[in-house]
Design a binder for this molecule. Structure first.
Ligand code: GLU
Ligand code: MG
Length: 435
């Protein structure tokens, strides 16, 4: 029997899951113009599957319009090829749909460019657990763990490059069977598209090898988390790096300081978007290399935002290498919403002329009361608290637009309610099945 290639057109939705529809590749040209139909309430499909709550009911047709700039194709090697095209969600008249996650990011990037002339360059690092290896105590970062994953790393690296992304690193991470993959940073929307693609390349490669990649924020309430750290820097539209000034506090150039201050200021509310599952808050606990304070630190992996180091050996590259790492994110977040919220929050900092707090090298020697007295905000300890914080952030309504803002809060509160009878171990298990 002859086989016929299928294309899958999709978005990364409110649950951070890639959902859409497939059709024969031979119909691609027409579909690129006309798109693929879906219904408004599909954006409310919960992480667990069923639509738990929706403001849209059964009415409303939406078009998923594939973007030729967001195509990923991986050869099948005897199995099915994976041909994914990421889409914008449009009304039938072609205007952006109010709840399109990708458009939420695009609006932020466009406003930033219009008001500051700057573009965001970013990359999402992805940690995950690979089930194709046995855990061995002491294997963290080891050559042994690196070797025992067999051909997974090389197959994944080939798939990443074949899909048009730029591989950067592959390593055995700290936790049992935990690995991390990074790619090179990209400008604007493309970075979020690539974050969506990278997760699917990780999952798809594991599956082809008969195993599973689990990207959920944490597999056990006391375990090591899977972070999705977002590294970002700002550039002019002409391609000049403007984030670094070695003489400025934190090394952060004055031109972008209010952007970073905006992200820092809004961090507790942003957590509702970037760490958006109930299990995300089992990851954000003390002593896990994951943040609990809304704190900006230089070269500090306990900080919520870490000024990454500039490495020796190429001082002329300091300006282009310099970046800030946002650590309060995980794979339950749609990269569009996560980066979108970060960009909108940064732009709010620019509009309000926010300033960075003074550097606090003494942060870890203070007790909790001392940190609070120094003005450092605690990150929310539950998704519920983060959502309340987001809802109270009046400017956040404009980041999303009123319809998406209300839908997002409803969506996430329904997710919390669906887990109300489960204990933390069972909650981690549920998310691990999905992400
Ligand atoms: N696994 C840690 C997290 O959950 C991060 C470890 C690291 O710094 O790479 O964020
Ligand atoms: Mg890591």
């Amino acid at each position: 029997m002859s086989r016929e290639e299928l294309v899958f057109v999709a978005t990364s939705d409110l649950a951070g899951l890639v959902r859409g529809k497939g059709f024969p590749a031979s119909e691609l040209d027409g579909r690129m113009r006309q798109g693929v139909g879906t219904t408004a309430s599909n954006i409310m499909l919960s992480a667990f599957g069923p639509i738990l709550s929706t403001p849209f009911g059964t009415t409303g047709d939406i078009v998923m319009l594939p973007d030729p700039a967001a195509v990923m194709r991986v050869e099948g090697d005897g199995g099915a090829a994976e041909h994914l095209i990421l889409a914008d969600l449009r009304e039938l008249d072609g205007t952006p749909w109010s709840c399109c996650p990708r458009n939420m990011l695009r609006r932020g990037l466009d406003a930033l460019a219009a008001e500051t002339g700057l573009v965001v360059k970013s990359v999402f690092e992805q940690e995950f657990v690979y089930t194709g290896v046995e855990d061995r105590p002491g294997a963290s970062y080891s050559l042994d763990a690196f070797r025992r994953q067999g051909v997974f790393g090389e197959t994944l690296t080939g798939a990443i490059r074949g899909a048009g992304l730029s591989p950067d690193s592959f390593l055995a991470e700290y936790g049992p069977r935990q690995f991390e993959v990074t790619i090179k940073p990209k400008l604007g929307l493309r970075a979020a598209d690539e974050a969506v693609m990278l997760r699917e390349l990780i999952r798809g490669t594991a599956q082809r090898l008969g195993h599973q990649a689990i990207l959920s924020p944490v597999l056990h309430p006391d375990g090591t988390g899977n972070g999705t750290h977002i590294h970002f820097s700002l550039w002019t539209q002409e391609g000049a790096a403007v984030s670094h000034d070695p003489k400025a506090p934190y090394g952060i150039a004055a031109r972008i300081a209010s952007f970073v201050a905006g992200v820092l200021h809004h961090l507790p509310a942003l957590a509702a978007v970037t760490a958006p599952s109930v299990a995300s808050y089992y990851r954000l606990q003390p002593n896990r290399w994951a943040p609990v304070w809304s704190f900006l630190g230089c070269q500090d992996r306990g900080a919520a935002m870490r000024v990454a180091p500039v490495f020796p050996g190429a001082p002329e590259q300091a300006a282009t290498q310099f970046n800030i790492e946002f650590r309060v994110a995980d794979a339950a977040a749609s990269p569009y919403l996560a980066l979108g919220a970060l960009v909108h929050a940064g732009l709010d900092g620019v509009r309000r002329g926010l300033e960075l707090p003074p550097e606090m090298p003494e942060f870890w020697s203070l007790d909790d009361a001392g940190r609070r007295a120094a003005g450092v905000d605690e990150l929310p300890r539950t998704l519920d608290a983060a959502l309340d914080r987001l809802e109270r952030t009046s400017v956040a309504r404009d980041w999303f637009g009123p319809t998406l803002f209300a839908a997002y809060l409803e969506f996430k509160r329904a997710e919390i309610a669906a887990l109300a009878d489960l204990d933390p171990v069972a909650i981690c298990n549920r998310y691990a099945e999905i992400y």
